[in-house]
Each structure stands twice: as C-alpha cells, then as structure tokens.
Design a protein around this ligand. Sequence first.
Ligand code: HEM
Length: 129
Amino acid sequence: MVPPVFTMMRKTVEDVEYGGYIIPKGWQVIHAANMTQWDPAIFPEPGRFDPAQFDNASAVPPFALVPFGGSARICTGNEFARVETLVAVHHIVTIFRWKLAAGCDRSFSRFSLPYPSQGLLIDIEPIQK
Ligand code: HEM
C-alpha cells in the first residue's frame, strides 16, 4: 500500500515505445512503484489492506508488485528484509496485544521514506501466558 522506496531510476538503452509515446535512447526514466501497486486494473481495491490477495502468487502479473524493484538491479537485501520483517511482526503479535491509540490517524509523510505523521501511537500490553 505504501512502498518504502517509491521511485526507481533507469536509463533507456534504446528507443522505447510506451503508451503511444517514444522514450528516446539515453533518457532517464523514473518508475513509481506506488503507481503500479495502486492500479486497480492489477489490484482491485488497492486502498484496502488485504494480504490474502497475494495467496495466489501466480495471479499477480510479473513486475506488478515491486516494493524491492525488479530486473538485474532488484534489491539485494530483499529476502533478508522480508525475513527480518516477518520475525519482528511475529514477536509483536505473539508477545504483545496492541492497537492504534485513540486519536491516532493513519496519515503519513515522506522524508523521503514514509513515516506515520504523528509517529505510530499504540496501546500495548504483554499477552499473559
Ligand atoms: C523493507 C526493506 C527494503 C526495501 C523496501 C528495499 C527496497 C529497495 C529498492 C526499491 C531498490 C531499488 C531496486 C531497483 O532499482 O530495481 C533497492 C536496492 C538495493 N537495496 Fe534494498 N530495500 C530494503 C532493504 C534492504 C536491505 C536490508 C539491504 C541490505 C542488507 C538492501 C540493499 C540494497 C542494495 C545493495 C540495493 C542496490 C541494488 C543494485 O542496484 O544492484 N536493501 N532496495
């Protein structure tokens, strides 16, 4: 929904025709991941948090989900970052009960990475086992 790195740069090595326009060889091109990931033709209801939409990975067209970029320059830390995130989320939801604090909205700002505008205010308590 909010790719941390939202643009990637490339340079055309030959003339490219895209959407009826010619991009000449040697031009610098910026690809915005969020424009692809918010395309309802690819992801219906892109504004709805729905991890289940990725259950059938083969239904997602190539280069449609690009938070780590793609091609030869795909993020080299991509698998590491996914595992790190899974471990962190696992501990957050199995050790603690938490929810957004009252009054905390979901707005975010970019500096240039996205951050919750108010910080991420949460109410948190340990789960008793
Ligand atoms: C959530 C975490 C991360 C995100 C969203 C992310 C995203 C990205 C993106 C979008 C690119 C540009 C890819 C492209 O141009 O196609 C990139 C490049 C890169 N990332 Fe990450 N990254 C993350 C974590 C990491 C980590 C943990 C490492 C290293 C341990 C790392 C190392 C790199 C390197 C070295 C490149 C340059 C690759 C190249 O140009 O060949 N990243 N990353």
